[in-house]
Design a binder for this molecule. Structure first.
Ligand SMILES: Cc1ncc(COP(=O)(O)O)c(C=O)c1O
Length: 310
């Protein structure tokens, strides 16, 4: 999961830089204080055309990157079109069709201190091959999750709608805690004990035939996979509700799955040592997962608008 194979180039501040030379200075402001915004985007090989890839929901990811920067009071020194093109060009220059893309907007070196308003705004985009984030077995058979002792960053301590680097200390602490305890992923509650999300994924539960996920007013990231899954489910005729889920409702749900660019649609088979439903991916989870992968690989015509050819 952790190791990545080096590629040839990283797009950095408007230029293609060899992968091994994409260094930043030790006094890079964001490295010390965490004010930076990033994205995680996937590109998929298109069905029946192994030499052709497409980036999934590129415009929405770029829009969210700009939203995150707005929340951070960072002006991005490029247009949305230039960031989209940087992502596409990084894929092309590395000869990649299927990959994980990582744009990052960060504050460079030259000024230190929390109040520094003038560090240069720098932008990079990397692309690399990344398999199933929660494992091949996890995506096929489901993962074991644990509710974290860490509450989710909430609106009084952060801005969860932003994909802001420093906010991920909260996620990394939760993730490390559960990995050490032998689980695959952590689920985080908000300040009032309602389910928020996992460390890098949104959460869905099937409760009495309805697909339920916390609303966007909760302390969650507005996941683009979450949005895709809601659309796909509604189009499949599955009732969807965006409403709070209590901890005990989650443990008693018939099915649970996580959604994210990295984790895609990953079933959860166990939470806090209780089996979810039969302990295997349930029928609604399987339908959503199959439909999601059909959409990302260009097999479902109505969703081809979500794909930007490389
Ligand atoms: C905290 C958090 N929640 C949810 C998600 C899922 O968002 P998306 O589906 O846009 O990748 C992510 C991943 O970006 C995340 O980091």
């Amino acid at each position: 999961m952790a190791h990545i194979r080096p590629e040839k180039y990283i797009w950095l501040d408007g230029k293609m830089v060899p992968w091994t030379e994409s260094h930043v200075h030790f006094l890079t402001h964001s490295l010390h204080y965490g004010l930076a915004a990033f994205e995680g985007i996937r590109a998929y090989v298109q069905h029946g055309n192994p030499g052709k890839g497409a980036i999934f929901r590129l415009n929405e990811h770029t829009d969210r990157l700009f939203d995150s920067c707005k929340l951070c009071l960072i002006d991005v020194p490029y247009t949305r079109e230039q960031i989209n093109e940087a992502c596409l060009e990084t894929m092309r220059q590395n000869g990649l069709q299927a990959a994980y893309l990582r744009p990052l907007v960060f504050l460079g070196d030259g000024s230190m201190g929390l109040g520094a308003m003038d560090p240069p705004v720098r932008v990079g985009v990397a692309a690399y091959v990344w398999g199933r984030y929660l494992g091949d077995e996890g995506i096929a058979k489901g993962i074991r999750a644990k509710i974290s002792s860490f509450g989710r960053n909430n609106m009084q301590v952060g801005l969860p709608k932003g994909k802001i680097s420093g906010q991920y200390v909260n996620s990394v602490l939760a993730k490390r805690e559960v990995i050490k305890a032998g689980y695959d992923e952590a689920i985080m509650l908000d300040g009032s004990g309602q389910v928020a999300e996992a460390t890098g994924e949104n959460i869905f539960a099937v409760i009495r035939g309805r697909l339920v996920t916390p609303p966007l007013s909760a302390a969650i990231l507005a996941g683009i996979t979450r949005d895709s899954v809601i659309t796909l489910a509604r189009d499949l005729g599955i009732p969807v509700a965006e409403e709070p889920i209590a901890r005990d409702q989650l443990l008693l749900a018939d099915e649970v799955f996580l959604t994210g660019t990295a984790a895609e649609v990953t079933p959860v088979r166990e939470i806090d040592d209780r089996s979810i439903g039969s302990g295997k991916p349930g029928p609604i989870t399987q339908r959503i997962q199959q439909t999601f992968f059909a959409a990302t690989s260009g097999q479902l015509h109505p969703y081809s608008l979500w794909l930007t050819p490389i």
